[in-house]
Design a protein around this ligand. Structure first.
Ligand code: AMP
Ligand code: MG
Length: 489
């Protein structure tokens, strides 16, 4: 074990500059037997951080919550939110502590402990997280990063030695989560409850640290809303293009820097179904695959409402400004989504015809209950010279398969996307639910991290798949299909 005399690199916390009602000071609750299970060394390298402190006993003490840096005390952030459309006036980090920021070449990165004990915002909760939920977030957030989709990241996982009581007793763990910012739509809703000064302070903070390109803008708050809409439109389109369903797009779970945040009952769909829902608590299908852009716009509208006093003193004028910015969201989403879909399908030009064919293709996938990832992978392979048979075999019947393929060929002959451009849009691997569940079961029931490490390693480069990982590409067998996911906190 390297010595612990290397300095803690998390030495600042810019959130402490915010008005006090936006956060609260408080230390993590100590744990009995902290042990570092996973350390994400590639991510430390990306952040250009020395590994030593993270591998040291001093690092473990801080990252498990057993020690605090008195010069940079931890905080919990306050936020409000709409959960499944219902307004909740105060939520906040009920089981997370923000340690501060790492300084990297590309800016400051938040380091937050999740599962680190009770805070002012815990309400009835125990402030803890199960190992299974922590490993799930580690695996899926890193899979998102592998797909080049903006996401909070996992620097590592620490088991605590504590038992966490859910439906059954489970081992407890802490996730070391990083993000470009942890400011959410719900953070602004909380600020709005406090008053205009709090909203202005939070908006100025977000602009300074996360939208520096808007520093010289003549209308920074209007541009902030517009840029947040654009980042969100891009994010949701990228989710949908690889079949990702977030599952709990409450306003407190929407980051204002455009990263995927809060991996609860999220999942990648196998068989394509536009109204697919996995979350056991989403009974109305509010957060179904195809509903995600509409929900993102609904959430952004809640954000816009909080900014109205910053737009104009006259409320009607302010509402007009907000509506203009919000009206850019759907066109931005459509542009990003269809351009991605055209790339997936290998028809990159002639957008009008190609978009219509892409829509038809999605309906065909739904009608024939075809696995989305397998389909686009098979099409990519076909364009790169492999046989068409695996693609045709995915359809329920030969006639429909041949009709689709010959129509696609006619368009592709005039409008060819190369196998290379298609490959960049079509992952060979996704974090398949049955694989994720099996890896979590092995880790928590048998203390065996190997399946999780193998899956995680493969998902770092999902646009290629080595021969030894072919099994990870396979869709689930009928008895392996995961029909429902749970918050499993
Ligand atoms: P989520 O649905 O995970 O976004 O969480 C909603 C709210 O519940 C957030 O304010 C969380 O901090 C809080 N929360 C979730 N789990 C716990 C827990 N075990 N203890 C305390 N608060 C929690
Ligand atoms: Mg949350």
């Amino acid at each position: 074990m390297p010595s612990g005399d290397v300095l803690n690199p998390i030495s600042t916390n810019h959130y402490r500059q915010l008005p006090e009602a936006l956060f609260s000071l408080g230390n993590p609750e100590p744990v009995s037997a902290p042990a570092l299970q996973l350390l994400n060394k590639p991510l430390l390298d990306e952040y250009a951080q020395d590994h030593k402190w993270f591998e040291s006993n001093a690092g473990l003490a801080v990252l498990s919550g057993n020690a605090v840096n008195a010069a940079n005390p931890p905080i919990a952030m306050a936020y409000a939110g709409h959960q499944f459309g219902q307004r909740v006036p105060l939520l906040g980090d009920g089981r997370a502590h923000m340690l501060g920021q790492l300084q990297t070449k590309t800016g400051a990165i938040d380091v937050q402990l999740k599962g680190s004990g009770r805070t002012q915002y815990s309400r009835g909760g125990d402030g803890r997280a199960t190992l299974s939920s922590v490993l799930r977030e580690h695996l899926i957030s890193e899979a998102m990063a592998g797909l080049n989709i903006p996401s909070t990241r996992s620097l590592g996982v620490i088991t605590t030695g504590e038992t966490v009581y859910r439906e059954t007793p489970e081992p407890g763990a802490v996730l070391i989560r990083t993000a470009r910012s942890h400011i959410r739509v719900g953070s602004f809703q909380h600020a709005a409850n406090l008053g205009d000064d709090a909203v202005k302070a939070l908006a100025d903070h977000l602009l300074k640290y996360s939208y520096p390109e808007l520093t010289d803008s003549a209308a920074p708050y209007t541009d902030l809303l517009l840029s947040a809409c654009n980042r969100q439109a891009d994010l949701i389109s990228q989710w949908m293009l690889c079949g990702f369903i977030h599952g709990v797009m409450n306003t407190d779970n929407m980051s204002l820097v455009g990263e995927t945040i809060d991996f609860g009952p999220c999942a990648f769909m196998d068989t394509f179904k536009a109204d697919k829902v996995f979350s056991s608590i989403d009974r109305q299908g509010r957060y179904a695959w195809a509903k995600q852009p509409g929900i993102a716009l609904w959430n952004l509208s809640r954000f816009a409402e909080t900014l109205l006093p910053l737009f104009d003193n006259d409320n009607d004028t302010a509402i007009g400004i907000a509506e203009r910015q919000l009206s850019s969201f759907m066109p931005a989403f459509q542009t990003a989504f269809y351009s991605g879909l055209r790339q997936k399908i290998g028809l990159i030009n002639e957008p009008h015809t190609a978009n219509a064919f892409a829509d038809r293709t999605l309906s065909v996938l739904g009608q024939h209950a075809i696995d989305m990832t397998v389909f686009f992978d098979a099409l990519t392979r076909h364009v790169s010279g492999e046989s068409e048979t695996p693609l045709l075999d995915l359809f329920n019947n030969k006639a429909d398969a041949i009709e689709w393929l010959s129509d696609w060929r006619a368009l592709h002959n005039n409008n060819p996307g190369t196998a290379d451009t298609m490959r960049r849009a079509n992952p060979a691997l996704i974090a398949r639910n049955h694989r994720v569940e099996a890896a979590l079961l092995a880790a928590t029931n048998n203390n065996d991290l190997k399946p999780l490490l193998r899956l995680s390693e493969a998902l770092r480069t999902p646009y290629q798949c080595s021969t030894e990982n072919r099994d990870l590409q396979q869709p689930p067998l009928p008895d392996e299909i995961v029909k429902e996911t749970f918050c499993g906190t």
